[in-house]
Design a protein around this ligand. Structure first.
Ligand SMILES: Cc1cc2nc3c(=O)[nH]c(=O)nc-3n(C[C@H](O)[C@H](O)[C@H](O)COP(=O)(O)O)c2cc1C
Length: 295
């Protein structure tokens, strides 16, 4: 899958590869209102990572339905629509505007890694109670819902548990880690919004730990691993940690074909390890890894 916010709103990457062949395309997060996002600069390098403070800029769901959804439907691209809000009621409105999308839409990814203005700007994903409210508010959705969790909390298992108990089809782990860069010449923050989200290779071990712990706690709850995946080997590591699907984000900025290249590389990388089915790899790190298999 592509990761939300790194592959546009619809068919932006389709000139690079056939998006229809992905497990799924995930839209940039959309709200029931339009937003401009944060002041520039919105992206900066940060050693082995990327920092961004795009700030959930977007046209709003209704404009997206008019301009983008028909392109995805025409090409039959399996799509998760990512949604966000500033209040619990915003999420309810968002799912209300997404009913009856058609067969190309296979799910709604509920991005709760954003500030809740009704809770002094604390992230939704940092409060199990608020996550329960968001799940209740979106229960009327006519598509399965996954929740996109934040790594910036010690409550990640509690949050995943609440989402699971409230009917989430799975959890997407993880969104960006909070960070900040200082320009070495100007000695001011590198991003216009000062702080931002860390993604790319530096996030990979953080994402692996979140996936590993969540799978250990809830082995039957489907997980999608995201964070610093740019090779088939890293995708396989996510599967072994317990993910049943993998998303590719920052790697697509370096190389727009990254998601399709990783997908193409996967069978040979799996074969080198002696596997032909992805499902056999899921959670393998919890079962003794390669040494634990009877082959
Ligand atoms: C520029 C940029 C924009 C992003 N926008 C969103 C977004 O709108 N919604 C969301 O849930 N995650 C967003 N993310 C987070 C990614 O989906 C992903 O969780 C994160 O970047 C980690 O994966 P990666 O290391 O492969 O990039 C964004 C990431 C980047 C770099």
């Amino acid at each position: 899958m592509t990761a939300s916010g790194t592959a546009g709103f619809s068919t932006e990457l389709n000139g690079y590869f056939e998006m229809r062949r992905l497990g799924a395309f995930v839209t940039k997060s959309l709200a029931h209102f339009a937003t401009e996002g944060n002041p520039s600069p919105r992206a900066a390098g940060a050693g082995p990572a990327m920092l961004n403070s795009v700030g959930l800029a977007g046209p709003g769901i209704q404009a997206w339905r008019a301009e983008h959804a028909p392109l995805l439907a025409r090409l039959g691209i399996p799509t998760f629509v990512s949604i966000w809000g500033r209040t619990v009621a915003d999420y309810e409105k968002a799912v209300g505007q997404l009913s009856g999308l058609g067969d190309f839409a296979i799910g709604i990814e509920v991005n709760i890694s954003c500030p809740n203005i009704e809770d002094r700007g604390k992230m939704f994903a940092h409060s199990p109670q608020v996550v329960a409210e968001v799940m209740d508010a979106t229960a009327g959705a006519d598509l399965p819902r996954t929740v996109k969790l934040s790594p910036n909390t010690h409550l990640i298992l509690e949050v995943a548990d609440v989402a699971r108990a409230k009917g989430a089809a799975g959890a997407v782990l993880v969104n960006t880690a909070m960070g900040l860069g200082i320009d070495s010449g100007l000695l001011i923050p590198t991003l216009g919004a000062k702080g931002g989200g860390v993604s790319g290779p530096a996030l990979h071990p953080i994402a692996l730990r979140a996936v590993y712990e969540c799978h250990a706690a809830f082995p039957n709850f489907p997980l999608v691993g995201v964070g610093g995946v740019s090779t088939a080997r890293e995708a396989i590591a996510m599967l072994a940690a317990g993910a049943s699907a993998v998303q590719v984000g920052t790697a697509s900025f370096v190389e727009p074909r990254a998601a399709s290249r990783i997908l193409a590389e996967l069978p040979a990388s799996m074969e080198r390890l002696g596997f032909s089915r992805v499902s056999d790899l899921v959670g393998l790190a919890h079962r003794g890894g390669i040494a634990g298999t009877n082959r």
